[in-house]
Design a protein around this ligand. Structure first.
Ligand code: ZN
Ligand code: ZN
Ligand code: FE
Length: 768
């Protein structure tokens, strides 16, 4: 058999994921000689030996690489023989100009779970057990290359046994940078809410379990941030947590002991099970089953529950047969960023909790839990963070741009070489703390990826903190319309670069006419857009106030309907209604609101479909004021009677006044008929269904019109309102029935968490 020597370049996420020992062991098993190293481009392998063995080496490399690695490219070239005599792992080589891909933080693997569950293992019940296949990565890395001394593990010198594992290529912990044990690694400690250390005679985590069972509330430091934790079956404790956290209604996510526990409360299909038990372990939104019996105040007025499974050894040990489901919510003060240092957590959370579970492994960069759901048998991210970030998207020929993102649910995006890196969820940029957190994260991304922006992309909204930040960087700025960014973010992840019909159903976004958009039909490309249709403008009495108080939108829509339907036969009925029947909406402030609308006092115009759903929710009587974003529309969706196929009337009118948009969707008749249903005491679920069906109806009809006008058959759905499962499912279903190609979000959120991705691509297209 002939001998041969080849040189292999492997690009992708191949560092810090056990790639070199994998190559080492594979080469040894095939009797091949040479070397492997890490460098800025990935991994190089110089290898020679029997040709058949080399072939099988390459095929194993391609088909069976380490679980956490992500190979983007393999380049192979043949070289002349040089008679290696062994196979070696060589030191890392670093080239500052090249990017190094970094693995996200990964949930504890099964081998490590076995280690901590085995009384004979030296890591039995050790809460920081990890290996090359699992554990902290992105959240502990201070700088690159990824070596222990550049992580927050640098302060823990390895004991002899750990060092031995670390240096033995056949060991699962070979070059596992956060490798640790009881002897040498991080430790837990427990404090009361004043920071006094509590000494405990029994196993610390058993004590925590017992206290949770008694109804105590904890702040527990996890993999990439703190959680607020309590028993999810205890109504009183949940109430107390809600009161302390000033969070009356927003659903809490839970962590369940195992998949069987999940199954007692929720419906589960194979895909959902795969995601729950996978290596990323996001919070997965699941439909409740018939035997669901958790307290009402856990996730009020929802049909779903956000569930995750334990993803660290500490979590694994927290959940027991007694307390098999825990509230696990991000630990922060209302509206502030996730807490991640012991010092700040103690200072900021002491009024929320009874006890703290701290540890001394520092988190360098906080990362929230990710949130996703399954639709059409595919995972759909709603919040992209732990487990997913900083995995890049490959995009060719992109210039160095910083896309600053939106204000709410902010993420930013950077581009380098042929990668786009979307940051983790940074929260709402509405206070100094969050804005600081945002700037820190931009600096961190710039440093670990050696990124130097030459252009900035910003949202058109002049008051967004992200826009103000980006505009002050002294770089050329490309302003991007919010909904164009939404549509392009969805085009990018679906690999589309032709013209599409883009439907952006959203809450808020600044339009090119300085009005607030959000019910938009675009004919658009990656570079620009034409506004083809939109919801008729209505006033938002009080501006931002109308978002928090949907009853204001209710009045505005009814007012609009009465004005437009002056000759409409039902106008008297409606007038009576307005005067007598609508106490819940038509408070003593009704005249005041109508005055604002008529005199145009602080009443910007909006075409937002989110505001329309808010108005309907208030008119029906589902929700008049909200305590978390989107609440009125979400609660409206949750009461839909899905057996109802009826819809209300509406009008699509050809637009003669505005030259920029061809069609206007008018909903004044819709609102009139809704009011009549309300007068006739039609069940809420039916009205909710009819309203949603109306949206589905006019959307499909408009798509047919626009296809007739343009010959475009590709439809792209984006915007926060597409988190509404009923609308997403029905609109996509109806359009497919009409043979449209329908594209939706999977890897990136339809909400403002995806905006930066669209911004960067639009900017890239518009730079000469
Ligand atoms: Zn492991
Ligand atoms: Zn050790
Ligand atoms: Fe948006």
């Amino acid at each position: 058999m002939d001998k041969k020597r080849i040189f292999i370049k492997v690009e992708g996420i191949v560092q810090g994921v056990g790639f070199r020992p994998f190559v080492y062991n594979l080469a040894k098993s095939k009797n091949l000689c040479g070397w492997v190293n890490n460098n800025s481009e990935g991994v190089y392998i110089d290898i020679e030996g029997n040709e058949r063995n080399l072939d099988s080496f390459i095929s194993e490399l391609k088909t069976n690489p380490p679980p956490l690695s992500k190979i983007k490219n393999i380049i192979i070239e043949e070289k002349s023989l040089c008679s290696f005599i062994s196979f070696d792992i060589k030191e890392s080589v670093k080239d500052d100009s090249k990017i190094t891909l970094i693995s996200p933080d990964i949930a504890t693997c099964n081998d490590c779970i076995n280690d901590i569950s085995d009384p004979n293992n030296r890591r039995y019940r050790y809460p920081f057990t990890n290996c090359t296949n699992c554990g902290p990565r992105f959240s502990i890395i201070k700088s690159i290359p990824y070596d222990r001394d550049k992580t927050t593990m640098s302060k823990f010198p390895m004991c002899n046994e750990c060092s031995y594992e670390y240096t033995d290529p056949s060991n699962r912990r070979f070059h596992a940078q956060p490798n640790a044990c009881f002897e040498c690694g991080p430790k837990l400690f427990i404090c009361d809410n004043l920071g006094n250390n509590i000494s405990i005679n029994i196993d610390k985590l058993l004590w925590v379990q017992n206290s949770l069972k008694e109804g105590k509330i904890f702040a527990i430091k996890g993999l990439s941030g703190f959680h607020l934790v309590c028993d999810a079956k205890n109504t009183d404790t949940i109430n107390l947590l809600r009161k302390r956290k000033n969070r009356p209604h927003k659903p809490f996510a839970v962590m369940a002991k195992n998949i069987e526990t999940v199954r007692t409360y929720c419906k589960l299909n194979a895909k959902e099970e795969e995601i729950l038990t996978g290596i990323k372990k996001p919070i997965l939104l699941l439909n409740r089953n018939d035997s669901y019996n958790l307290p009402d105040n856990l996730a009020p007025n929802q049909k779903t529950l956000g569930v995750m499974l334990p993803y660290t050894p500490l979590h694994k040990m927290l959940l027991s047969d007694d307390v098999d489901i825990l509230v696990m919510t991000s630990a922060n003060i209302h509206g502030h960023p996730l807490e991640y240092t012991n010092e700040h957590a103690l200072k900021n959370l002491s009024s929320l909790v009874d006890y703290f579970v701290f540890h001394n492994r520092d988190i360098y960069i906080p990362v929230d839990d990710s949130v996703s759901k399954v639709f059409e048998n595919e995972e759909r991210l709603i919040r992209r963070a732990r487990g997913y970030v900083p995995e890049p998207l490959v995009y060719d020929n992109v210039k160095p741009i910083l896309a600053c993102g939106s204000n709410m649910k902010n993420t930013f995006c950077i581009s380098k070489e042929n990668f786009l890196f979307l940051s983790q969820h940074n929260g709402d940029l509405e206070n100094i703390e969050t804005i600081e957190h945002y700037k820190n994260n931009i600096n961190h991304f710039s440093s670990i990826f050696g990124f130097n922006p030459q252009y900035v992309a910003c949202d058109l909204h002049p008051d967004y903190a992200s826009t103000i930040f980006g505009s002050n960087l002294n770089l050329p700025v490309i302003m991007v319309q919010h909904h164009h960014a939404h549509i392009v973010s969805c085009m990018v992840e679906n690999n589309i670069n032709s013209k599409v019909i883009g439907i952006a159903f959203d809450g808020t976004g600044y339009g090119t006419d300085n009005k607030i958009w959000g019910g938009e039909f675009f004919i658009c490309s990656l570079k620009n857009f034409d506004r083809a249709a939109h919801l008729e403008y209505v006033k938002m009495p009080g501006g931002e106030k109308a978002i928090e108080e949907p009853w204001r939108m209710g009045i505005s829509y009814i007012y609009n309907s009465i004005i437009q339907n002056k000759e409409y036969e039902n106008v008297n009925v409606i007038n009576t209604l307005v005067k007598n029947k609508f106490k819940p909406i038509f408070t003593e402030y009704t005249d005041f609101i109508i005055n604002m609308i008529e005199k145009e006092i602080n009443s910007p115009e909006t075409s937002s479909i989110g505001r329309f759903l808010d108005a309907v929710s208030a008119i029906i009587g589902v929700r008049h004021t909200i305590t978390y974003e989107g609440q009125a529309a979400i609660e409206l969706e949750n009461i839909i009677d899905t057996t109802c196929k009826e819809a209300y009337p509406y009008e699509i009118v050809f637009n003669v006044n505005e030259k920029e948009s061809k069609y206007i969707i008018k909903l004044s008749k819709t609102i009139s008929m809704l009011l009549i249903d309300k007068l006739n005491n039609i069940p809420h679920g039916l009205m909710a269904a009819k309203i949603h069906n109306t949206i589905i109806d006019f959307t499909t009809n408009l798509c047919v019109l626009l296809r007739r006008d343009t010959n475009i058959n590709a439809i792209v759905l984006s915007g926060g309102v597409f988190q509404n499962s009923y609308l997403l499912e029905q609109i996509s279903h109806q359009l497919k029935k009409l043979s449209f190609d329908v594209y939706t979000h999977k890897k990136f959120p339809p909400n403002d968490g995806g905006i930066a991705l669209g911004q960067i691509v639009i900017a890239n297209e518009n730079i000469d």
